[in-house]
Design a protein around this ligand. Structure first.
Ligand SMILES: *Cc1c(COP(=O)(O)O)cnc(C)c1O
Length: 503
């Protein structure tokens, strides 16, 4: 194999420069042109070349054919699809180091590398950012909030079934991870598991399918008047069932609206009390909403702060780093209040060559024993570097700007005759006070509303995700890029005004 390290290193340097230039200049176009896409597709090889085309040709192919057909979802602050985030300069720097050094962060080997120590320290910095007690520095970095939800439900499954066994006085089985789900359920005298939630993210339902709860056993326990709020009577009635073990899942930041399932410490306390009484596990999906905790204590953000209040009462927390923290994909995080439970679920048993050496290694668990993967990317390093570089006030600034931009957009749309801001929560003031960083909007006219997402995205001046709200199409303007500015409002207004005017 002809590997020229020097050429490769030089190319890497040039790429960094290219990326930096792109990130400085591209403010508007968010999608690749149709011709770039067609051209790129035509260059895809139909089979593997036995001798390879050489690094120089491969490099040219990537930069000239493939890259122009990428979208600018992370690079442009005017990309409001999904909740995408961008990549901070510190995170971009760190991610290049991650690729170059390619540390495998799976076993804590104190004399071989500092990587696991850095990962553990990054969890600690994140705990500080989120204003949790350092007791919460018990968890791991995952590939994203979907994986974090899988971890949360898996730990919950272990815990609730163990609780059910001990309440029944069964001593012969100890762990679902060890004995398997069917045998544990049978010994506990249960027919299955269920998840009680309000407007859970689709990934939680997916996790329920993977882990043997069954997607059909994710049940809505919302109040009739507000589908995001818990109906505590309904919740308790479901918790009382003697045939099912239960996890209660809180949507801390609902993906369509950015609204919160709970509204303060008292509500979280009520959930905690019910879970304790019935042996249930309390899981919080805070993929992006959890970061509401970093906002200052001012009236401007008090409703958002309330939405994330008391989530330290949960048993497990799932979050995304590749969204609001603006580090590259794939990066999420998982925290758990109970040490040891993850180990019972995920332990990579009987592999002597993968055990940590020193006794002080016990302090930091080997990631392969508390999460899904064995070999793992050093995805903690961009988080570590970005948190070190910008600190809590840097991230606070980013979030404040995003929320203020969202509120400017929402306030203008509220008064616009051709648009509705959803959900309709009453007065403009109520709407703006509850507004996080996602604006959900529809057009009043049905014909325009059906084409709204397509028309907005066709401008390539901004990008939104289409969704549906109460049976009508709607668009989500989700602001999550670190480069967003309040003045981006002018661009959004121009696009939406031109679409409303042309109708
Ligand atoms: C994005 C999101 C997820 C899934 O996260 P991935 O990073 O895509 O795996 C889960 N829950 C909520 C609330 C989300 O917004």
């Amino acid at each position: 194999m002809n590997v020229d390290i020097e050429t490769s290193a030089r190319a890497h340097g040039e790429l960094q420069q290219t990326l930096w230039e792109i990130s400085q200049t591209t403010k508007s176009t968010v999608l690749p042109g149709a011709s770039s896409l067609t051209r790129a597709r035509a260059t895809l090889p139909s089979s593997l070349d036995a001798n390879g085309i050489g690094f120089e040709s491969a490099r040219r192919h990537i930069l000239e054919d493939i890259v122009p057909a990428f979208n600018n979802s992370s690079i442009s602050p005017n990309y409001y699809g999904f909740v995408t985030g961008g990549v901070t300069p510190a995170a971009l720097f760190a991610d290049s180091i991650v690729s170059a050094y390619d540390q495998n962060v799976q076993v804590h080997l104190t004399e071989h590398t500092i990587a696991t120590d850095v990962e553990y320290a990054a969890l600690g910095l994140l705990v500080d950012l989120l204003q949790f007690d350092r007791e919460w520095q018990n968890g791991t970095f995952t590939t994203g909030a979907t994986a974090s939800n899988i971890l949360g439900l898996a730990c919950g499954r272990e815990y609730v079934l163990r609780t059910a066994l001990s309440r029944k006085g069964v001593a012969s089985l100890r762990s679902v991870g060890e004995s398997g789900l069917p045998e544990t359920l049978q010994a506990a005298g249960l027919s299955g598991l269920q998840i009680l939630s309000t407007m859970p993210h689709s990934s939680l339902v997916k996790a329920a399918g993977i882990l043997g709860f069954g997607r059909a056993n994710v049940k809505d326990v919302s109040s009739k008047s507000d589908h995001l709020q818990f109906d505590l009577d309904l919740l308790e009635a479901e918790l009382q069932r003697s045939d099912k073990a239960t996890i209660v899942a809180v949507s801390c930041g609902e993906v369509n609206t950015g609204h919160f399932a709970t509204g303060g410490l008292d509500e979280m306390r009520a959930l905690r009390t019910l879970c304790d009484e019935y042996g249930a596990w309390l899981h919080v999906d805070g993929a992006f909403g959890i970061f509401g905790r970093i906002l200052p204590e001012t009236p401007e953000f008090s409703i958002i702060k309330k939405g994330c209040e008391g989530i330290e009462l949960a048993d497990s927390l799932a979050g995304d780093a590749h969204k609001f923290l603006n580090v590259p994909y794939d990066c999420g995080f998982f925290f758990c209040r109970h040490q040891g439970v993850a180990m019972d679920v995920f332990q990579n048993a009987n592999a002597a060559y993968l055990t940590a050496g020193k006794s002080d290694a016990q302090l930091i668990p080997s990631p392969l024993n508390i999460g899904i993967e064995n070999s793992r990317r050093f995805r903690a390093l961009p988080v570590y570097t970005s948190l070190l570089a910008y600190g809590s006030s840097g991230y606070q600034q980013i979030l404040q700007t995003q929320i203020r931009l969202a509120r400017r957009i929402a306030g203008w749309l509220f008064d616009h005759p051709k648009y509705n801001v959803l959900p309709e929560v009453g007065s403009k003031r109520d709407l703006l006070e509850r507004m996080f960083m996602v604006v959900l909007v529809s057009a009043t006219d049905d014909k325009l509303n059906h084409q709204l997402t397509t028309k907005i995205n066709a401008t390539s001046k901004m990008f939104v995700s289409g969704t549906s709200w109460k049976g009508r199409p709607a668009c989500r303007i989700a602001i999550s890029n670190w480069r967003a500015e309040e003045t981006d409002f002018d661009n959004v207004r121009e696009v939406l005004e031109s679409i409303a005017g042309s109708d």
